[in-house]
Design a protein around this ligand. Structure first.
Ligand code: PLP
Length: 385
């Protein structure tokens, strides 16, 4: 490329592709083989066997994902939770302590608060607004700090630069779930995070047809996670690798278009008397609007909002919609909508939800690739009560 750094779009298509092309194939073929001929490998983790995440499909994806976020290495996993659990278990031992942001994806929150304590790994959940809280919660055994780029479902943005500085000073491994932003809008390693995790089920794949995860970071950290992951056994199947690989090629156009549509829908919702509050980082009313504009290349395709009225009103609104599908998950071509208190955050107690600011009438929308005018028309019709 003559010294010019290719953009995310070019890397999504060309980075990590095998050279020479396998059999001349332009599209990466699927290697639906569990095992490969023995070539004298002496290290268990190097044996060519699909559970060890080293088929040609895995290797191409690792190189592509590492290039997309400027990491030295990457690992794909059988789900986002496999990447999150693998990363936390690789970094933390019994007796260690984790600092984590208080508002987290429900599965991650459950892992940290319900499963890790049984393994002797303690945690403190920190209010993202309380800057001094990170320092106050620090203990001799604190080893890592865990945040999300944009919180689910409130789209809050932590002080990401401050967290990286704090982690460096305190010698902590800084881990971020970058699912909501995707590498198109934010690349956490560029500002100094040690490890970026994704539910690749979402924007990276983008078609609501794969469950997958990814971890991106230094070669040493990714090797630690891979060795544990090889034993835990949550490797991504080669066919799912193929689908993720194909989905990644259109990442840039999808995420930008979803962001443009979400911006318009957020503006429309904010103008509606039936809507009490809209959470979208692209709105001037968002508490971290300035931070998002500075750190991100786009505001993303996720938004949440609260309707005036009670839960029944919110349920009636959802029932009337014709285009967005009422379903969990996000980041795909189909718009998906959900009431988090009833679904993705149902694992939290009402007190925990209230503490996290997730009201029962909050609605989360993942904007897909439908025409934004059609989506706005559908929402407008469904708001009439
Ligand atoms: N992180 C975030 C922000 C998520 O929204 C999700 C799932 O919704 C996950 C992680 C878990 O990913 P997966 O469902 O692929 O295991």
């Amino acid at each position: 490329m003559g010294g010019r750094e290719p953009s995310v779009d070019t890397k999504a298509i060309h980075a990590g592709e095998p050279r020479p092309r396998i059999g001349g194939a332009v599209a990466m073929p699927v290697f639906q083989s569990s095992t490969y001929d023995y070539q004298g490998e002496t290290d268990y983790h190097e044996i060519r066997y699909a559970r060890l995440s080293n088929s040609p499909n895995h290797l191409a994806l690792h190189a592509k994902l590492a290039a997309l976020e400027h990491g030295e290495a990457a690992l794909v996993t059988a789900s986002g939770m496999a990447a999150i659990s693998g990363a936390l278990l690789a970094v933390l031992r019994s007796g260690d302590h984790l600092l984590a942001q208080d508002c987290l994806y429900g599965g991650t929150h459950g892992l940290i608060t319900k499963d890790l304590p049984g393994l002797g790994i303690e945690h403190t959940l920190i209010d993202r607004q309380d800057r001094g809280a990170w320092e106050r919660a620090l203990r001799p055994g604190t080893k890592a700090i865990y945040v999300e780029t944009l919180t689910n479902p409130l789209l809050q943005i932590p002080d990401l630069e401050g967290i990286v500085r704090f982690a460096r000073e305190a010698g902590l491994v800084s881990i971020i779930d970058n699912t909501f932003a995707s590498p198109v809008n934010f690349r956490p390693l560029e500002i100094g995070f040690d490890l970026s995790l994704h539910s690749a089920t979402k924007y990276l794949n983008g078609h609501n047809d794969v469950i997958a995860g990814a971890a991106i970071g230094s070669a040493a950290l990714i090797e630690r996670i891979k060795h544990l992951h090889d034993h835990l056994g949550g490797a991504l199947d080669p066919h799912a690798c193929f689908l993720l690989h194909r989905g990644l090629k259109t990442l840039g156009v999808r995420v930008r278009r979803q962001g443009e549509s979400a911006s318009r829908i957020a503006g429309f919702l904010e103008s509606q008397p039936a809507v009490r509050r809209v959470n979208y980082p692209g709105l001037a009313s968002h508490a971290e609007h300035e931070l998002a504009g500075r750190l991100f290349d786009g505001y993303g395709g996720m938004l949440s909002f609260e309707l005036q009225g009670d839960v029944d009103r919110a349920e009636r609104f959802l029932a009337r919609l014709q285009i967005p599908i009422v379903a969990p998950s996000l980041g795909g071509v189909d718009s998906l909508i959900i009431r988090p208190a009833a679904a993705v955050h149902a694992g939290l107690s009402p007190d925990e939800r209230a503490a996290s600011g997730i009201s029962d009438a909050l609605i989360r929308l993942s904007v897909g690739l439908e025409d934004p005018d059609d989506l706005i028309h559908d929402i407008e019709q469904s708001l009439m009560d």
